[in-house]
Design a protein around this ligand. Structure first.
Ligand code: DAH
Length: 367
């Protein structure tokens, strides 16, 4: 039997000298691996007499345990040292300024979304949501637009087959308007209701001001004694806050929507020249949103008694708001994922829209 003390001294010295986990692993294999020094010695035990085996086995076990222990201790200390070194090498200085070429941008629609939520949030509105894939009840019927109603032709609807029914009336739609969230909210909540519902909407349409997917924000207020005066005051405050103007002429034109009675469209004053559109004073008008008093049939469909409660509602195109406020000419580019467009029209991150900190003060690298 070889001198186990010598082997131990030699191995422990090697272990102590090891500078990396890899070197340490090589030492472990050389001692305890399949063909390792200690393993070979253990294999040799078979050739010894019972008496010798007992003695030598004990010695070898002690040797093995000592080496394993030394390996383990060294492993831990190497790992700690290596982690320290890694942390040192990969240190990130969070106080360094951002490299502008690496900085992302907030999409104008996200910016508008935040601005709209900030304005209505301060007025006490909550944000409500509904699904993009709707049934016809919520998108049309409950909004006083039954099948074959002529107003269905106002919207080029994408229908989705219902796997459980061949009846066309049962097919789903990708919602054509956020007005569906009016019904979903009435179903889930009792008055008083004061919500906005920003979100995606879909229609089969494509040109410079229409894309198959676009964004609307719906508004709904229901309470006792709500009148058209509340609607006018609320929307007037909204457009002034949104366009960040102290004075902004507005007018309401009679209009038609199946879910409101009376219905109106709101225009804001502007000045149009050949090259410029300036919102504010001027002799032209720009249509900005649709609105009206909630039709009694809609309240009934939502389970609300129209003799007790009244409400007003409105719907605004958010992409259109972005185009008007930030002077973006073509809607199609919004959804092309062109990084050059986003760099030009996008907003600086972490610069949140708020009523106290400013809606868009540092936004829009275009300005
Ligand atoms: N849903 C209408 C549309 O998509 C917009 C609208 C008009 C919504 C009047 C309303 C409203 O809530 O009262 O054209």
């Amino acid at each position: 039997m070889e001198n186990t003390e010598a082997i131990k001294t030699e191995l422990l010295a090697e272990i102590a000298k090891a500078e990396t986990s890899k070197a340490l692993e090589e030492i472990r294999v050389s001692a305890l691996g399949k063909k390792g020094k200690i393993t070979e010695l253990m294999k040799g035990l078979g050739a010894l007499s019972a008496e010798e085996k007992k003695e030598a086995g004990k010695t070898l076990n002690v040797l093995k345990n000592d080496v394993e222990k030394a390996l383990e201790e060294k492993k831990v200390s190497l790992e700690v040292a290596e982690m320290k070194q890694k942390l040192e090498a990969e240190r990130v200085d969070v106080t360094l300024p951002i490299r502008p070429e690496k900085q992302g941008r907030i999409h104008p629609v996200s910016q508008i979304y935040e601005e709209v939520v900030a304005i209505f949030g301060q007025m006490g509105f909550e944000v409500a949501e509904g699904p993009d894939i709707e049934d016809q009840f919520h998108n049309f019927n409950a909004l006083n637009t039954p099948a074959n109603h002529p107003a269905r032709q106002m919207q080029d609807t994408f229908y989705i087959p219902n796997p459980d029914s061949t009846d066309f009336d049962d097919s789903y739609v990708v919602r054509t308007q956020t007005s569906s969230v009016q019904i979903r909210t009435m179903e889930a909540q009792r008055p008083p209701i004061r919500i906005i519902a920003p979100g995606r909407t879909y229609r089969s349409d494509y040109d410079a001001t229409h894309t198959p997917m676009f964004h609307q924000v719906e508004g709904l207020v229901i309470d006792k004694n709500i009148t058209m005066a509340h609607l006018k005051g609320c929307l007037y405050d909204f457009v002034k806050a949104f366009f960040e103007l102290d004075e902004l002429p507005v007018r309401y034109r009679p209009s038609y929507f199946p879910f409101t009675e009376p219905s109106a469209e709101m225009d804001i004053g502007c000045k149009k020249t050949k090259t410029e559109l300036k919102i504010g004073a001027g002799d032209s008008w720009l249509e900005i949103l649709g609105c009206g008093m909630v039709h009694p049939n809609v309240l009934r469909a939502g389970g609300i008694d129209p003799d007790e409660y009244q409400g007003f509602a409105f719907g605004v195109g958010m992409d259109r708001l972005a185009m008007l406020k930030y002077g973006i000419p073509d809607l199609r580019m919004f959804f092309d994922s062109d990084i050059r467009w986003l760099k030009h029209y996008g907003f600086v991150p972490l610069d949140h829209a708020s009523m106290t900190g400013g809606l868009s003060n540092n936004g829009g690298s275009a300005r």
